[in-house]
Write a protein of this length. Structure first.
Length: 369
């Protein structure tokens, strides 16, 4: 869920001469605003399909001996918005650094906006999940699950790009999608986002929680900065509907006791003195497994767990608990996993500490710890 879904080497050899940054993930494609799903060292077989994702690897002329993966998803868009907003305000120190970060997000959001709110791949076709067009989200039934979530994503991207660049075209586009119309058709993306959290048990996707809470953070992070310098952005219409969306989602996501989503919720709502929120953050972080290995876990036999009678999104019954177990008693080393899943076969892979570190420092920065 951060700048690329899997920024990784394509084999076991690691080079340190090309920083795997949001900026270089964009540059690797040689296309203005079109950025890669991932980048990696080129090996024999470049151009073949990645069997796991179905994406194609392409050789990069910007970085010799490297390749980039196409079919970039909305997952990566969310990561770029989140990471670049933070980098712009908290990491970049010089004017040149800020301009480089600003240009990166400007090129990405501008590219999507100029292609009717779609992400066009090097194939000249829309990527599989790169769609935020009103004509699709509002009128294509096959995109019903993304109706609210993608509305939130693109509104966040436009608002963040406006905050960073000051280009009025982004604000005008935000207004058109939020509560305006296109060719006489009302877009109502603001209303769309209210019900972005899907609650039908068999359709719950925990990756969507990540794809919602990172934009929630970026949206309000940008809006707070804009309101601090311009009273226009204090208008209730810019705050009330997104807050309604957040609080509706929190009724369900809050039960997961995620340090990441709890920190974001506390920052946005300003509930830094809420003992319950702080307690959940501390509980989540303290019980995170230190060894970071995806071990096989089995909890379905325990007498202290109660089965959720509903099927999960894979149509499995009695596979989930009604309460979230501590992180070190289950297998979840990413925030987009199902925290209620009782049993998992394990992979024995060693994961990185990024999810823990992001949550810890976010909570510290938001004064929740």
């Amino acid at each position: 869920g951060l700048p690329a879904r899997s920024v990784m080497k394509y084999n076991d050899t690691v080079k340190n001469d090309i920083p795997l940054t949001s900026i270089n993930i964009t540059r690797a494609t040689e296309g203005s605003g079109m950025f890669s799903n991932s980048i990696g060292e080129e090996i024999e077989g470049s151009g073949d399909l990645d069997e796991e994702s179905g994406s194609t690897w392409h050789p990069s002329t910007s970085f010799p001996d490297w390749q980039w993966k196409g079919d970039t998803s909305s997952d990566e868009i969310v990561g770029h918005i989140f990471a670049n907003a933070i980098a712009f305000h908290l990491v970049a120190k010089t004017i040149k650094e800020k301009q480089e970060v600003m240009h990166t997000l400007d090129s990405i959001i501008g590219y999507i906006k100029n292609n009717n709110y779609t992400l066009i791949d090097v194939t000249n076709h829309t990527t599989h999940w790169g769609v935020w067009s009103p004509s699709v989200l509002n009128f294509n039934q096959s995109w019903a699950d993304e109706h609210g979530l993608n509305s939130l994503e693109i509104l966040t991207g436009l608002l963040t790009a406006f905050w960073m660049t000051g280009k009025t075209t982004y604000l005008e586009s935000w207004q058109e999608l939020y509560n305006g119309s296109t060719d006489g058709v009302f877009n109502h993306f603001g209303l769309n986002m209210i019900n972005q959290k899907i609650t039908f048990p068999r359709d719950i996707n925990y990756s969507d929680d990540e794809l919602a809470f990172l934009p929630y953070f970026s949206y309000f992070y940008s809006l707070k900065h804009l309101a601090a310098r311009d009273k226009r952005f204090e208008q209730p219409e810019m705050w009330n509907i997104p807050l309604l969306s957040l609080k509706r989602a929190w009724k369900y996501v809050g039960k997961e006791r995620s340090a990441a989503w709890t920190s974001i919720y506390g920052y946005i709502t300003g509930e830094i003195d809420n003992v319950e929120l702080t307690s959940d953050i501390v509980w989540s972080l303290r019980h995170w497994p230190l060894e970071l290995i995806q071990w096989r876990t089995q909890n379905s036999h325990r007498l202290d767990t109660r089965f959720n009678s509903e099927q999960d999104r894979n149509f499995r019954s009695s596979s989930q608990s009604t309460r979230v177990l501590p992180p070190n008693e289950r297998t979840q080393l990413r925030w987009n996993g199902n925290p209620y899943q009782l049993d998992w076969g394990g992979s024995n892979n060693e994961m990185d500490p990024g999810p823990w570190l992001m949550s810890y420092w976010l909570a510290r920065w938001a004064k929740l710890l």
